[in-house]
Each structure stands twice: as C-alpha cells, then as structure tokens.
Ligand binder design. Structure first.
Ligand code: BYC
Length: 498
C-alpha cells in the first residue's frame, strides 16, 4: 500500500487548530475521541457497525465491492497532513470518528446565549431541535451514496470512477460522524434515530430520505458532477452553519467534515469544467461556432452547452429548496437558541449576532408580483444562507465561462432567478422563468423543455454513458484532468476492477 501523506491547499481555515489529536487505528472504529474510555458508547457503535456494513453492501457502489480503489483515508485532523492514500476495497475502508480539535474557551457565537461557554453536553431545553438538525444532516449522507449507486458502471475513466468512490466512502464517514453524536448524546432515542438512518431509502415511496433533492435520481455522470458542484455546496453551507453551533461536539464534527467536502466540490467543478472543455475543443475542431447547432455538436459525441445549462438549472433549483422556506420559524429557533449560526457567524461584523431589531430583504410573491420586503432578520435566516449559497456558486460558473470565452464560443452559463422551479418556500406556488418573469401554467408548460432537461436530452446523455476503463483513457465527452490524484501520472490505474 502506498502511504503518502496528503497536504491539501483547499483545507478550510476552520480546521486549523493547535491541539492535534492522534487517530487511533488499532481500535475497531478508528477515532480521535478516546472511544475506548467509554465502553458503553463503544459497544453501542460496535452494534450499529454490522448494520452499516450491510447497508453499504446493499446500497453502496453496485458491482465494485471487490475492486481495489486508490482512496484517501483520514488519519488525523491536522491540516498539514491528515490523510493517506492507498489501495483499499471499499467495504474495508476505515470509516472513523474524527472531530476537529477543541478550541479552548470557545463561546456560543449567536442567539440569546451568545457569549456563554459552548455546550459540551446537549442543552436539555433544545434537545429535540438539536436532534432534528443532526438527523437531517445525517440523512443526506447515505442518501447521496444511494443516489450514486449505479454510476460506477458507466464511469468515463478510472480517474472519475475513483473520485466517485472517494466521495461515496466519505459520505459514509459523514454518516458515522452524525451517528456518533446521536448515540453518544441522545441515549435510546439517538440509537433509534441511528438505526432509522440505515432504513430510509432515497426515492422509496414509503420510507424516503427526509429532504427532497435526496430523493431525486442521479442517473448519469453529468448529474453527478452537477450534484457535487451544486448540492455538495449546500453541504458546505449547512456544515459551515452547523460548525458555528453552540453545541461544541457538533461544531467540531462539522469543522472536520468541511475538510473532506472540499474535494467533493472540486470533483463537481472540474467534472463540469472538463465536460465544457471537451465540447469546446470538439466544436472548434469541427469548425462549429454556433452553440445552438445541437444536432451537429451531439454527433461529435460531446454535450452541447445549452443542455449543460438545463442540467445546471435543474440541480440549482432543487438544491435551493434544501435551504427550507426563506422565512422560517424553525430557522429562527435554531439561530436564537445558538444551535446553528449563519455562514461564518463568528467572523461576521456589523450586527450583534442576536438580530433583535435587524431586518433582511427577502424577495416575495405579493399579488402576483415579485416584491423585495424587509423582514425581521431572525425569521429570514434561511433566506440569508440561500443568498450566501447563490453567491458561493458563482465562482465556478465564472471559471466555466472563462473557458468557453477562451475557446471563442459565444455562450455563457448563468444562474436562473431564485424563484425558478421551486417547490419549497416563497416561490413554491408560482411559475417563474429563469429570467425572473412570473408565468401562467400554460406559459410554463410551453417553455419548460427549454429550461429543464427534456426527454431527448435524457436519451442523448444515456447514449454517451459508456464505461471507459482502460488506464489513462477518457470518454469522448470529457477532457482528461490537468493533474492526477495525489500527483499520480496520467496512466495510473486508480481502480483495479476485480
Ligand atoms: N425537502 O421552516 P422550514 C449535505 C421541511 S446537504 C423536504 O421550511 P427549516 C450533503 C423541514 O424539514 C446539507 N422537506 O425549513 C450534500 C420542516 O419539516 P418538519 C444537509 C423540507 O426547518 C451532498 C418543514 O419542511 N444539512 O450535507 O428551517 C451530499 C418546514 O421547514 C425541505 C442540513 O440541511 C426540503 N427541501 O430548514 C451529501 C442541515 N425543506 O421538521 C450531503 C440541517 C424544508 O416540520 N437541516 N423541509 O417536519 C436544517 O438546518 C434544516 O432542517 C433545513 C430545513 C435547512 C433542511
């Protein structure tokens, strides 16, 4: 097994801490939380473990459980070197419990307890609200693995296949992170919730995953790249907000999860970027300048840019729903009680972090018109996080556009209006175009095939989804990456398929 220590440049600031704690790998469950000193907790987690492995076998990557995959495994929480790389069969991945270092003297950053010492134990009055937040967070992790279960079979390269599996095992570890909190801090209820996390299933009619986007299908690799760019970015924003929690064990869990999340976002941004690169190169080579000359572009075995925009529109809109209603008393309660902050809460300047008198502008639908309204900021916490998310999405879109411009093609990827195709919140009952016009149902029906992936798009994408598994080879529709994983050369056999 090759064992190079990874040093990432994308490690978020939050994980930089002084008191680096060694991860114990000799324990059956690797951890840096001194699990062996709490026998009851250790037994409870050990009894959850077999059910987790059964779930992984049933719902994890289909057909690749015996493959040797070049994976990174977290071996510490020190940003200077926290992971090692080597070939692992996925069911043998060392899913561990890792918390970012404790910050001595940390206080609750927001709400009515602001300035009080952060809680090390569950605050009794907020028990059920806190448990709900942890369960919702935990539920998304196995859901995404279930959604991506069949993608290995159509991977456009071994490099991409390995990245998919890396994302999958880390989502599994994120489930462990939330299960640890439930089992350690919530007694019998927590154990029951941990069990239920293994029982719900993405897309299942009678026992679905909790949040909408996690019941959508991820039927192809474009969906996967869009998901890891847009939906994992909701993960980033929500984890960042939970990293501000006054409940310190949740904060520390989320701070370390953010470290792993950076790679998932990278997979999404570069996956879409490489798709764009292949399209632009093929168009230029064939002398096609019109990005809407779809038939000729598709005949080249690449994805036309308008289709990529429709895919992006779908993923952006379902992901925006994950922020909940823009105006929400649940979110106000979570903030006011100090359980969940805003993005970068502790570092925000300009208000008292309690938001008694502050207002925030929310776009609402009033009498059939879009109106900006000043709403008490406490009730608009979800709206603010959604706005921060939309701003955060723009960086990668700008980089995609730069590549399109550089190739001399007249096309720009854009974000649709916030109200486009929404099912949750202010815009749920209104049809809104990507440009932000309110539409009748008939107008929407007439146009939606131009804005969201249509049947022909689905069939075309499926026609491209042929596996490409020779080392160093890539499917026609995607360009090779600029660099290998952990500096490996282009021909590297990232997955040894059994
Ligand atoms: N679908 O006041 P409301 C990630 C429910 S992604 C279905 O509007 P609230 C990842 C809501 O639960 C990050 N139901 O919103 C990414 C509530 O139901 P109850 C996941 C929805 O509560 C990629 C009711 O509607 N983490 O990590 O302020 C791969 C009224 O709620 C939806 C979190 O989300 C929906 N879209 O906010 C892997 C953080 N939206 O409780 C992983 C934890 C709302 O009345 N969760 N509802 O039965 C939260 O902070 C909040 O639960 C939410 C909802 C932001 C999700």
């Amino acid at each position: 097994m090759s064992e190079t220590i990874e040093t990432l440049t994308e490690v978020p600031e939050q994980v930089h801490g002084e008191n680096f704690v060694e991860v114990k790998y000799e324990d059956s469950i690797p951890n840096n939380v001194d699990l062996s000193s709490d026998k009851q907790l250790q037994r409870a987690l050990e009894s959850w473990h077999p059910g987790y492995l059964d779930w992984w076998q049933d719902m994890g990557p289909d057909g690749f459980q015996d493959a040797e995959v070049y994976l990174r495994t977290a071996v510490g929480v020190d940003p200077k070197g926290w992971a090692k790389f080597g070939y692992v069969k996925m069911p043998q991945y060392r899913w561990g419990i890792l918390l970012a270092p404790k910050v001595e003297g940390r206080t609750i950053p927001c709400g009515k307890h602001k300035g009080e010492p952060a809680w090390q134990e569950v605050p009794g009055e907020y028990r059920s609200l806190l448990k709900r937040l942890i369960v919702v967070q935990g539920d998304t992790e196995p859901a995404s693995v279930e959604q991506q279960r069949y993608l290995g079979k159509t991977a456009p390269s071994l490099y991409d296949m390995r990245n998919l599996f890396q994302v999958n095992v880390e989502e599994g570890r994120h489930l462990w992170a939330m299960v640890y909190l439930l089992v350690k801090h919530f007694g019998k209820d927590g154990r029951e919730e941990a069990q239920a996390l293994l029982e719900r299933r993405s897309g299942q009619q009678d026992n679905p995953r909790i949040l909408g986007a996690f019941n959508e299908r991820t039927p192809d690799w474009l969906s996967f790249f869009m998901f890891t760019y847009f939906t994992d970015r909701d993960g980033k924003m929500q984890l960042a907000a939970l990293a501000e929690s006054g409940f310190d064990p949740l904060s520390r869990s989320c701070r370390f999860m953010l470290t792993e999340e950076a790679h998932h976002l990278f997979v999404g941004e570069t996956g879409v970027g490489r798709t764009i690169e292949a399209t632009c190169a093929a168009m230029n080579k064939a002398g096609i300048t019109d990005p809407y000359d779809v038939e000729r572009i598709r005949a080249l075995g690449v994805v036309d840019l308008p289709l990529l925009q429709r895919k992006a529109n779908f993923h952006m809109s379902v992901t925006r729903d994950l922020f909940g209603s823009e105006i929400s008393s649940n979110a106000a309660d979570a903030f006011n009680s100090g359980l969940k902050g805003r993005f970068n809460e502790a570092a925000l300047t300009g208000d008292d972090h309690q938001l008694h008198d502050a207002t925030y502008t929310v776009t609402r639908v009033v009498d059939g018109k879009l109106v900006d309204e000043a709403v008490p900021a406490l009730r608009a916490i979800n709206c603010r996080l959604l706005d921060d998310y939309i701003a955060d999405c723009q960086g990668g879109i700008d980089r995609w556009n730069k590549a399109i411009e550089k190739a001399g093609i007249d096309f720009r990827m854009t974000q649709p209006h916030k109200g486009f195709n929404r099912r949750i919140g202010e815009f749920a009952k209104t049809r809104i175009s990507p440009a932000g016009e309110i539409l009748s149902e008939a107008q929407w029906e007439a146009k939606k095939g131009e804005w969201l992936p249509n049947e022909a798009d689905g069939a075309f994408i499926q026609s491209l989804m042929k596996p490409c598994t020779a080392p160093g080879q890539y499917a026609s529709w995607i360009a090779p990456p600029r660099m290998g994983i952990n500096g490996q050369p282009g021909e590297y056999e990232y997955v040894k398929i059994a």
